[in-house]
Design a protein around this ligand. Structure first.
Ligand SMILES: *[C@@H]1O[C@H](CO)[C@@H](O)[C@H](O)[C@H]1NC(C)=O
Ligand SMILES: *[C@@H]1O[C@H](CO)[C@@H](O)[C@H](O)[C@H]1NC(C)=O
Ligand SMILES: *[C@@H]1O[C@H](CO)[C@@H](O)[C@H](O)[C@H]1NC(C)=O
Ligand SMILES: *[C@@H]1O[C@H](CO)[C@@H](O)[C@H](O)[C@H]1NC(C)=O
Ligand SMILES: *[C@@H]1O[C@H](CO)[C@@H](O)[C@H](O)[C@H]1NC(C)=O
Ligand SMILES: *[C@@H]1O[C@H](CO)[C@@H](O)[C@H](O)[C@H]1NC(C)=O
Ligand SMILES: *[C@@H]1O[C@H](CO)[C@@H](O)[C@H](O)[C@H]1NC(C)=O
Ligand SMILES: *[C@@H]1O[C@H](CO)[C@@H](O)[C@H](O)[C@H]1NC(C)=O
Ligand SMILES: *[C@@H]1O[C@H](CO)[C@@H](O)[C@H](O)[C@H]1NC(C)=O
Ligand SMILES: *[C@@H]1O[C@H](CO)[C@@H](O)[C@H](O)[C@H]1NC(C)=O
Ligand SMILES: *[C@@H]1O[C@H](CO)[C@@H](O)[C@H](O)[C@H]1NC(C)=O
Ligand SMILES: *[C@@H]1O[C@H](CO)[C@@H](O)[C@H](O)[C@H]1NC(C)=O
Ligand SMILES: [Cu+2]
Length: 626
């Protein structure tokens, strides 16, 4: 590395021979009524009865063992440490029905893995059912034995997130609902700063802080800026970068920025640390929603609290230009291009789903890892993973390029498990274009020589990106939108990377198998659970059928939900989605003086009800993988 002095190199050799340390954590989930934003008390998911969840700090090379005890009475759970490579331990990565079975109430999963080759700012969270938005998330820092490549005096972690007053269990069925045909996401009530509101950061004068900023939210990107102080960005998603100074940061959910902040000599005044919703991501902005929040950089307890400060424009650092400190050349031309198109649309039950290439991810009947390990040679055949899981098989060491076209006017932060990737290209914002603008080869485009590298990248509205990585980490890696709402809508796909190597390198632990057995979940067979003929997918879980013949999805929405789509689709989730109203559907009809007959003629009603029922089983399974 460019920055390592002789002394540091000696140190790293010395640390390499140290025995691995084992860091053990014993966590039990539960619920407690708490009031993080100081506005409304609500149940929050706790760890050993406490909230927030603990800050984990380990050293590079450590073995980490987390006992996750499901202390819920009626919910399954899981845990994912975001950003880790999990070499040879894909069974510890977390997503249910991909990498493991769901953990039943009363049961324990032992997450046991090492962190041999990564350092920096990470985090962990439940990978089940939007659970982490109810509070089941925390920071995970891996210390660098070579020391941080930039000088600083003090270190501090800062988490940001949005916050709902309602439980996800309450919002979820209202969101995935035919009375929310546009798929409008529930509007959060507040923004949290280190899990509180109106937060305070106590600082010393004339001090350089290393601040690790982590968006542990599940929906909103945020703008961050400070009064009269700058962010010097020095790392992104666990990758050190050449220093880049900015006064505004834009951070999507799951992203991390390490920044240096130098404090002033003068302690007579306190300064504002501002955060603001990216309001483009909100379908409606309720009048009582505070878009921005003022926190305090506290120099002096006796001085007045700062006023909020305004910006004329939110010109933030473009992460495309962040150059890794350890120069990594652009990977060669891809061996395997995976082109995927993102779209949101309605299926026959009227619910708005999210699609990659017309497929909304539906959870297989057997965890993907179980299929890999039981399929023998067939594991290299994508067919065994089912027709509705969006599974792609990658060959050992091939260069993979994902070309993602966003046929949706929203921003989506995409995350790839098990890897970091290079950002080869990212299209502009085409919000106002008449049609989405997909990627097209363009000879005059100059690819970056040393591209930016990270593990969560957002795509702009109606636009595209291209990312590249080398398939050098055998495992099962989820690729999905990190907006929990969109994950619940099925915006995900699965990479099965070098399956024959997974078969050789990984042996399931007894605990892993026991977790499946406790949930009465088979872990052998293809996506349909067939253990005899892996190419026979009869009985696999599939997505809800499309709308009846003669109706396009958009057509029926326009026809059946015409008034709803325009007015109600948005209002329903905003008003109805936020308060607990019994008989939601009836209320919606009442409010608009409609009877259900007017919404649907009898024949359609029957058809749709039928599909609703037949789909509800696959849907509930689909929810499992989230
Ligand atoms: C974890 O903590 C629980 C509750 O204190 C205890 O019953 C259990 O034995 C602990 N497990 C381990 C592996 O230490
Ligand atoms: C933050 O300030 C608002 C008023 O601006 C108040 O309603 C809320 O209770 C405060 N929250 C906390 C955690 O202090
Ligand atoms: C699960 O338990 C919690 C807490 O006891 C409760 O609030 C919730 O309604 C229950 N959910 C279901 C689906 O039974
Ligand atoms: C964790 O994994 C290591 C290596 O496979 C093994 O030796 C150890 O027994 C495991 N620990 C637990 C608690 O499962
Ligand atoms: C955020 O909370 C953590 C954990 O309590 C604490 O270590 C850190 O100093 C806080 N950050 C700020 C900016 O106050
Ligand atoms: C702050 O004080 C230090 C010594 O305490 C001094 O070296 C430095 O120049 C001062 N900085 C400014 C901006 O005045
Ligand atoms: C911050 O929020 C307040 C209250 O919602 C609003 O009056 C103000 O215009 C906002 N400021 C900015 C810069 O958006
Ligand atoms: C800093 O970011 C800007 C774009 O925001 C870019 O033009 C510039 O090259 C970057 N500089 C470094 C040293 O990364
Ligand atoms: C998705 O469906 C549309 C319309 O039926 C079709 O034109 C398109 O080729 C399909 N895309 C893929 C990737 O299958
Ligand atoms: C091709 O790329 C160049 C340079 O980035 C750009 O100016 C031009 O508009 C692009 N052309 C098309 C058709 O996208
Ligand atoms: C994974 O396991 C295989 C077989 O035991 C071994 O050859 C390989 O080095 C391991 N990979 C890593 C990154 O540890
Ligand atoms: C376990 O699964 C089998 C087969 O899917 C089913 O027949 C059985 O009823 C299930 N048992 C329980 C306790 O759910
Ligand atoms: Cu999304």
């Amino acid at each position: 590395m460019k920055f390592s002095s002789t002394l540091l190199s000696v140190l790293s050799v010395a640390t390499a021979v140290l025995a691995e340390e084992v860091k053990v954590f014993n966590w039990t989930t539960g619920w407690k009524d708490l009031n993080p934003d100081g506005v409304k008390e609500r149940p929050v998911i706790t760890c050993n009865g406490e909230w927030p969840w603990p800050q984990v700090r380990v050293n590079k090379g450590d073995r980490v063992i987390i006992y996750l005890n499901n202390g819920f009475e009626n919910e399954t759970t899981s845990l994912h440490v975001h950003g880790l490579f999990q070499h040879n331990t894909t069974q510890m990565d977390g997503p249910p029905m991909l990498n493991q079975c769901s953990i039943m109430p009363g049961d324990t999963m032992i997450y046991n893995f090492t962190v041999p080759d990564q350092v920096g700012s990470f985090w962990y969270h439940s990978h089940s059912e939007g659970q982490y938005m109810d509070g089941m998330r925390g920071t995970f820092i891996i210390e660098d034995p070579d020391g941080y490549p930039y000088d600083y005096d003090e270190e501090v972690t800062l988490t940001v997130s949005e916050w709902y007053h309602e439980l996800i269990d309450v919002l979820h069925p209202k969101f995935l609902n035919r009375y929310n045909p546009t798929g409008a996401e529930p509007i959060p009530q507040n923004l949290l700063f280190n899990d509180t509101m109106n937060g305070t950061w106590h600082v010393k004068p004339d001090t350089t802080y290393l601040m690790r900023i982590i968006n542990i939210g599940g929906f909103n990107s945020q703008y961050l800026w400070m009064e009269d102080h700058d962010f010097e960005v020095v790392a992104v998603d666990g990758i050190y970068v050449e220093k880049n100074v900015t006064d505004v940061l834009y951070i999507t959910v799951a992203q991390r920025y390490d920044v240096l902040i130098h404090t002033k000599n003068d302690t007579s005044k306190n300064y504002a640390f501002m955060q603001k919703f990216d309001e483009d991501m909100l379908d409606v902005i309720p009048t009582d929603l505070e878009l921005n929040r003022t926190n305090t950089i506290m120099y002096n307890e006796d001085a007045p609290l700062p006023e909020q400060i305004y910006l004329d424009a939110y010109e933030f650092l473009d992460d495309f230009y962040l150059k890794p400190l350890e120069e990594m050349e652009l990977l060669p031309e891809p061996d395997h291009v995976v082109t995927i198109t993102v779209a949101m649309d309605n299926l026959g039950d009227g619910v708005n789903y999210a699609f990659f290439n017309n497929i909304t991810h539906v959870t297989p009947l057997v965890p993907v890892l179980g299929t890999v390990l039981s399929a023998g040679e067939d594991a290299t055949n994508p067919a065994v993973y089912g027709s509705n899981t969006n599974t792609f098989v990658l060959q050992k060491d091939e260069i993979v390029e994902i070309v993602l076209n966003n046929n949706d006017p929203g921003k989506h932060p995409f995350h790839l498990h098990g890897h970091v990737f290079q950002i080869v290209d990212r299209g502009d914002d085409y919000t106002d274009a008449p049609e989405p603008v997909p990627y097209t080869a363009n000879d005059s485009y100059v690819e970056p020589e040393f591209p930016s590298v990270r593990d969560v990248l957002y795509v702009r509205p109606n636009s595209y990106f291209r990312i590249r990585f080398k398939a050098d980490n055998p495992g099962i890696w989820f690729f999905h939108c990190h907006l929990e709402w969109h994950l619940l809508q099925g915006l995900s796909m699965v990479f099965v990377e070098d399956p024959l190597a997974i078969q050789q390198n990984e042996e399931l632990t007894d605990n892993w198998k026991q977790v499946c057995e406790a949930s009465n979940q088979s872990y052998v067979g293809n996506a349909a659970g067939n253990t005899q003929n892996f190419l026979d997918l009869t009985g696999e879980a599939v997505q809800v059928k499309p709308l009846p013949d003669g109706f396009t999805a958009r057509g029926i929405v326009a026809f059946v939900f015409s008034c709803i789509a325009g007015i109600l689709g948005i209002i329903a989730i905003c008003v109805y989605g936020m308060s607990d109203i019994p008989n939601l559907e009836q209320r919606v009809l009442d409010d608009f003086n409609m009877e259900s007959k007017e919404l649907l003629n009898d024949e359609d009603e029957e058809e749709i009800e039928l599909q609703h029922q037949s789909s509800s089983s696959s849907n509930s399974k689909a929810k499992d993988s989230n």
